[in-house]
Design a binder for this molecule. Structure first.
Ligand code: KIV
Ligand code: ZN
Length: 515
C-alpha cells in the first residue's frame, strides 16, 4: 500500500523538452534545452523528461548534459520497447543523481496493428523490455500508448505484466486526446481495483488536448487515484498540445478545497518559464490562455475595473504575483545601464556571459532610442530576436525600403547579402509584407511553402515592437522563423529570412554523406 503521507502529493512530470518539442517547428537548440531544464529544476518539477535519446545525437547529448546538471529533479529519457532504445536511454540518463527510463508501446488495436503483433506477442515484448530496463535502473516508467482506446481487459493484463517486470510508475496516456473526465477517472479506478500490485506503484496521467479536455482529464485521473501528472509549459505539444503545467498546478492550488493535493512547484516561476518556452519554441502564448495569457489578469470592462478597484477578489481568483507576474512591468529606458540590464535579464531567467551582454546591450540601446519605455516583454522579444546577431547566416537583410498606401502597387526595394555577396531587387506585392517576401523570393529563389504568418504587438502603444513568427515547410521539414522590430515590415522580412536560414541548415544536415 502506498504510504499515506504521500497520498496527497502529486508528482509533476514535465515533458516540454520531449513531447513539447515534438510540436512541428518547435525544435530547441542544445543550450535552450539546458536552460529550460535548469529553470524547471529550480521551479520544483519532480521529473523532467529531457528527450528521446535514440532519436538523434542531439537529443542524446541534451539528455546526458541535463542529467549531469540536474540538482533535484529526476531525469527521464524516453525509449520505445526495444532493447537498443532502452540501452541508449540509460546511457544518457545514468549520469543523473536520480535517473529514470520511460519505455512505451502502443497497446490499442490501432497501434498493435503497426508492428503486427497479436495480444500475446505484445505481452511478451512488454515483459522482456520492462525487465531489461529494470535490470539497468531501479526507476522505471512504462506507458501503454493510446491506453484510452485499449480494451479494458487487455489494459489490465499488460499493466500487471509491466508491474511484475519491475515498472515503478505506470503512465496512462490519452495519446489522441480522445477521453473525457469521467472516463479518464474510470480507467484509473479500474486499474487500481483490478490489477494486482497496483497499490505499490504510482499511476500517471498523460493527456493530449485534441478535444480541449486535457487539463480536466488529468485532474479527474488524480481524483481517481493517479499521483503523477504529465504536462508541458504552455501546454506545448503535438497537435492541440498537452495538459498545461501551469493550469493543473494552479487549479489544485486555487481549488484546494475540492482538490486537496499538493505539488512541490514554486508557482512564482511560472511566468518566466512560460515566456522562455514561448521564446525558444516559437509558439507564442494566445492572449486569452488561462494563467499565462496576456489577458489572464487584465480587466477591461468598466464593471470589472470598478470591482477590482474596490477589492481584487471580486474578479480575481488568484493574484498575478502568485504566478510571478509583477504589478508593473515597466522596467527601463534609454538611460538604464548595463548592470541594470543584466540584473533585469537575470530576473527574467536569462543569465548572460559578458560578451553576450555586450551585444544585447547594444541592441537594447538601439531599441531605447526608438521606444521611450522598455517593458519586460520588450526585453524578452529582444532576447528572442535571434536574427539580430545572426552574423554567420547565409542570407542577411542589409537594406529594405517599402512604399505602401492606398494606391498601389506596394513596392519593396531590398538588398540581401547572400553568402557574402550583395544582391538587390525591387518587387511588388499585395501589401508591403507580400512585396517584401516577393523580394526575398526573387533574390533567393526557393520552393519552401509559407504555412503561417503571425504578428503580435509586444506591448501597447503605436511605437510597440511587433514580433513576427513564420512557419515554413520544405519536403516535410518544418522550421519557425522569428524577429521583432518596431517596424512590422522589417520584422516580417527578418522572420522570413530567419526561417530560410534555418531551412538551409536543415538541408545541410540531411544531405546524403559522400560515399
Ligand atoms: O502521448 C503519448 O502516448 C506519449 C507516449 C510516448 C507516452 O507521449
Ligand atoms: Zn504524448
Amino acid at each position: 500500500m502506498t504510504d499515506t503521507s504521500t497520498q496527497d502529493r502529486v508528482i509533476i512530470f514535465d515533458t516540454t523538452l520531449r513531447d513539447g518539442e515534438q510540436s512541428p517547428g518547435a525544435t530547441m537548440t542544445h543550450d535552450e534545452k539546458l536552460e529550460i531544464a535548469s529553470l524547471l529544476d529550480e521551479m520544483g518539477v519532480d521529473v523532467i523528461e529531457a528527450g528521446f535519446p535514440i532519436a538523434s545525437e542531439g537529443d542524446f547529448a541534451a539528455v546526458s548534459e541535463i542529467a549531469k546538471n540536474s540538482k533535484n529533479s529526476v531525469i527521464c529519457g524516453l525509449s520505445r520497447a526495444k532493447v537498443g532504445d532502452i540501452d541508449r536511454a540509460w546511457e544518457a540518463v545514468k549520469h543523473a543523481a536520480r535517473p529514470r527510463i520511460h519505455t512505451f508501446i502502443g497497446t490499442s488495436p490501432q497501434h498493435r496493428a503497426i508492428p503486427n503483433l497479436d495480444m500475446d506477442e505484445m505481452a511478451d515484448v512488454i515483459h522482456q523490455t520492462v525487465t531489461h530496463a529494470r535490470n539497468l535502473c531501479d526507476n522505471i516508467q512504462w506507458s501503454p500508448m493510446d491506453a484510452t482506446r485499449t480494451e479494458d481487459d487487455y489494459l489490465c493484463r499488460v499493466v500487471e505484466i509491466a508491474i511484475k517486470a519491475g515498472a515503478t510508475t505506470i503512465n496512462i496516456p490519452d495519446t489522441v486526446g480522445y477521453t473525457a473526465p469521467a472516463e479518464s477517472a474510470k480507467i484509473i479506478r479500474m486499474l487500481l481495483e483490478r490489477v494486482p500490485g497496483a497499490d505499490d506503484i504510482i499511476f500517471a496521467t498523460h493527456c493530449h488536448n485534441d478535444l480541449g479536455m486535457a487539463t480536466a482529464n488529468a485532474l479527474a485521473a488524480v481524483d481517481a487515484g493517479a499521483r503523477q501528472i504529465e504536462c508541458t509549459i504552455n501546454g506545448l505539444g503535438e497537435r492541440a498540445g498537452n495538459t498545461a503545467l501551469e493550469e493543473v498546478v494552479m487549479a489544485m492550488r486555487v481549488r484546494n478545497d475540492i482538490m486537496p493535493y499538493q505539488t512541490g512547484i514554486d508557482t512564482t516561476k511560472i511566468m518566466n518559464l512560460s515566456r522562455m518556452v514561448a521564446t525558444v519554441s516559437g509558439f507564442p502564448v494566445q492572449y486569452n490562455k488561462a494563467i499565462v495569457g496576456k489577458n489572464a489578469f487584465a480587466h477591461e470592462s468598466g464593471i470589472h475595473q470598478d470591482g477590482m478597484l474596490k477589492s481584487a477578489d471580486t474578479f480575481e481568483i488568484m493574484r498575478p504575483e502568485d504566478v510571478g507576474l509583477s504589478e508593473t512591468n515597466l522596467v527601463m529606458g534609454k538611460h538604464s545601464g548595463r548592470a541594470a540590464l543584466r540584473s533585469k535579464l537575470a530576473d527574467l531567467g536569462y543569465d548572460l556571459a559578458d560578451n553576450q551582454l555586450k551585444d544585447v546591450f547594444v541592441r537594447f540601446k538601439a531599441l531605447a532610442d526608438r521606444k521611450k519605455e522598455i517593458f519586460e516583454d520588450d526585453l524578452i522579444a529582444l532576447m528572442r530576436d535571434t536574427t539580430s546577431d545572426a552574423e554567420h547566416d547565409t542570407i542577411q537583410l542589409n537594406h529594405l525600403r517599402v512604399v505602401c498606401g492606398t494606391s498601389g502597387p506596394q513596392t519593396a526595394e531590398m538588398t540581401l547579402e547572400i553568402e557574402g555577396k550583395d544582391c538587390t531587387t525591387t518587387a511588388t506585392g499585395d501589401g508591403p509584407v507580400d512585396a517584401a517576401f516577393n523580394a526575398v523570393k526573387e533574390l533567393f529563389p526557393h520552393d519552401a511553402r509559407l504555412q503561417l504568418y503571425q504578428v503580435h504587438a509586444v506591448t501597447e502603444g503605436t511605437d510597440a515592437q511587433a514580433t513576427v513568427s513564420v512557419r515554413m515547410e520544405e519536403n516535410g521539414k518544418i522550421v519557425m522563423g522569428q524577429s521583432a522590430d518596431t517596424d512590422t515590415v522589417v520584422a516580417s522580412a527578418r522572420a522570413y529570412i530567419n526561417a530560410l536560414n534555418k531551412l538551409l541548415i536543415r538541408r545541410e544536415k540531411t544531405k546524403p554523406q559522400d560515399a
